[in-house]
Ligand binder design. Structure first.
Ligand SMILES: Cc1cc2nc3c(=O)[nH]c(=O)nc-3n(C[C@H](O)[C@H](O)[C@H](O)COP(=O)(O)OP(=O)(O)OC[C@H]3O[C@@H](n4cnc5c(N)ncnc54)[C@H](O)[C@@H]3O)c2cc1C
Length: 607
């Protein structure tokens, strides 16, 4: 309707019967215009007929479905068994991920809400993906791709779309001496792992680390999908030692907008290969398989955690300054990753992970800082600082964790669920959450130097007067081995990551808001208030790092200058590659490369 009004106002009422009087040539021209400018929705002219859908269903071996949210029944029949079952799964990321109609984030207040597609292909092979891509292109459909479903930006769901769901393409295959196709003689064989695009990182860790005693760089959250993480760049707890996940990519199989299945690597389609390594999801095609290098596993992985509270604002400001100096002098190296959280109640929460040290060695590193804290009555440990360390091989070993550290994980307890599927307990709050506000900023390493660190401490303190803020040290590569920084330089991520000591993250969230749930309508006023505070808090840091850049996978939906923020000087080349492989914009993502040409919902071409 809206489009009709728009046309009416542009060409005038008299021209409206034009289509009825048009010649066949004009009709063809009109159809072509429509194809380019507006994607089809159910009920609109051009929407595939039932026979056409049935054809797609046949070509994909019966894998076409109509997604229905299991939470819908919570509104219509709240006392039913189906409603109880759905609610029982609400905080289980594997339950959410196994449902074609759901996403891991239920929405962003004032931005988007999770909505099932009109149809979905639950792909099990690259041939299914080819069929769905060709169908979407032929019928001008809005095509959505979903793997793990964790997108903050709502990029793996859209009403009225055709969804390509890769969840069942989750095969994991280990290689002793992998050479990318076409790279024989140019690259030495190396240990690697191939992952179906629908695999989650826990599937990779279970096979590579628990099973084979090696390491693969992936994400921190176990339920995140492998393809979504790699296309954003991707950090795990040990990225300060092993670099970004994208930098470890050796080869990908991808179906591009023309329906062609391509093998891309350093030797075949190197431009597309580079773009996939951080250029954003659902932009250049549908990845069906990824092959990543694996590494030697360190002997140990461990953690140091605790919380220190300051008795006054002045003491807190001093604690922040001291913690930053301590970080720079003792932890700013490949062995340490994860977070320091600066809370609004004058508490510093420490949640750091390390590799290659025993518990005692790790505590010895922390001793000077702890001595300083203990010597001052202004500080109390609200949670005593503790350390643990163990064989790295057991870090993702569900059986060992269940028996020795049961409180640290939440297992998927559904009957028939794979034994190795668990979530870190600390990530539980993000399952199904609604985002109210979220911002990230890379902070250059020079802010840790003597001349700048007092200003940084002031900014962190000022930030906490507004909102809680966390430094994710593992999400900035300064301090990483030179080889890992070089490897990340050959990805399409914002080069700001290379020189950042941390990614600062500030976020606000609320309960899940899937349609059908009691909290289905997010509290917009509370969300607006939170967003204002989060923005002001981040402004304090932004002043010190005006060109810091933001991590595309953990970023503000409303990011200004997003092209520069997410990709820096790499954006122009990414745009060129987008036009080469997807000239008609079949693939769309909010604030994705080339999305300037489309309306916010990805249905209408505007340029
Ligand atoms: C709880 C939680 C924890 C997180 N933890 C981390 C972390 O530790 N480290 C980190 O770096 N990031 C983290 N993230 C961010 C995460 O990396 C991104 O959200 C990532 O894009 C998720 O991938 P996915 O496959 O799970 O999500 P999806 O929503 O399925 O996909 C994300 C994007 O990639 C596209 N996509 C998915 N599959 C394909 C494919 N096969 N081919 C082409 N495009 C595809 C989608 O269309 C979408 O645009 C976290 C996010 C959440 C919600």
């Amino acid at each position: 309707m809206q489009r009709r009004h728009l046309l009416k106002s542009i060409i005038g009422a008299a021209a409206l019967p034009w289509a009825a009087r048009a010649t066949p040539a004009e009709l063809a021209l009109g159809a072509a215009f429509k194809k380019r400018s507006e994607r089809c929705r159910p009920g609109s002219a051009g929407w595939p007929t039932p026979e056409a859908w049935e054809g797609l269903n046949r070509r994909t071996q019966g894998r076409l479905t109509i997604p229905k949210s299991p939470f819908a029944v919570c509104a219509t029949a709240p006392d039913s068994q189906a409603s109880r079952e759905a609610l029982a799964g609400l905080k289980n990321p594997f339950y959410l991920g196994d449902n074609v109609a759901l996403t891991q984030t239920s929405g962003w207040a004032g931005a988007w809400s999770s909505q099932p597609s009109a149809y979905a292909v639950a792909a099990q092979s690259a041939a299914d993906v080819v069929a769905a891509v060709n169908f979407a292109r032929k019928h001008s459909l809005r095509l959505v791709v979903k793997g793990g479903g964790h997108s903050y930006q709502g990029n793996s769901c859209s009403a009225d779309s055709l969804l390509l769901w890769t969840r069942r393409m989750n095969k994991v295959e280990l290689h002793e001496g992998f050479v990318a196709d076409g790279c024989q003689g140019r690259e030495p064989p190396q240990p690697a792992v191939s992952l179906g695009a629908g695999a989650m990182w826990i599937d990779a860790y279970d096979a590579v680390t628990t099973g084979a005693g090696r390491y693969v760089q992936g994400g921190g959250c176990t339920s995140v999908g492998v393809a979504g993480l790699i296309t954003g760049g991707g950090f795990g707890s040990f990225s300060k030692r092993f670099g970004t996940a994208a930098a470890g990519l050796l080869e990908a199989e991808i179906v591009t907008a023309d329906g062609k299945r391509r093998i891309v690597n350093a030797c075949r389609h190197p431009d597309l290969f580079w773009a996939l390594k951080g250029g954003g999801g659902s932009t250049f095609g549908v990845i069906t398989r990824l092959t990543l290098r694996t590494r030697e596993l360190p002997e140990t992985f461990g953690a140091v955690f605790g919380a220190i509270r300051a008795s006054s604002d002045a003491a807190y400001r001093q604690l922040i300054a001291r913690a930053l100096i301590f970080y720079e002098s003792a932890l700013f190296n490949p062995q340490w990753g994860e977070q320091m959280v600066f809370r609004t109640d004058n508490t510093l929460r420490i949640s750091m992970l390390f590799s290659g040290m025993t518990r005692d060695q790790a505590l010895a590193v922390w001793a000077p800082f702890l001595d300083w804290v203990r010597a001052d009555a202004a500080y109390t440990f609200t949670s005593e600082l503790a350390a643990i360390s163990g064989p790295a091989r057991h870090f993702w070993d569900a059986k060992i964790l269940k028996s020795r550290l049961a409180g640290s994980i939440v297992s998927d307890e559904r009957p028939g669920a794979p034994d190795h599927h668990f979530l870190w307990a600390g990530d539980q709050g993000q399952v199904g959450w609604t985002i109210r506000a979220y911002k990230s900023l890379w902070l250059p390493a020079e802010l840790l130097t003597q001349g700048r660190s007092a200003a940084l401490a002031d900014a962190v303190f000022a930030c906490t007067r507004r909102w809680e803020m966390a430094f994710h040290f593992n999400k900035g590569l300064a301090g990483a081995p030179a080889a890992e920084i070089e490897a990340a330089r050959s990805t399409s991520m914002n080069p700001a990551v290379l020189n950042a000591f941390a990614l600062a993250i500030i976020g606000a969230d609320a309960a899940p808001s899937f349609a059908g749930l009691p909290d289905a309508q997010p509290d917009l006023e509370a969300a607006r208030d939170a967003a204002t505070q989060v923005e002001k808090a981040m402004d304090e840091l932004q002043r010190l790092a005006p060109f810091g850049g933001s991590y595309v996978s953990e970023a503000d939906f409303f990011e200004r200058n997003w092209q520069r923020s997410f990709w820096g000087e790499n954006y122009a080349e990414l745009e060129r590659i987008k036009k080469k492989y997807d000239p008609d914009g079949l693939f769309f993502a909010h604030h994705g490369v080339g999305s300037e040409s489309w309306s916010a919902d990805g249905f209408t071409r505007i340029a």
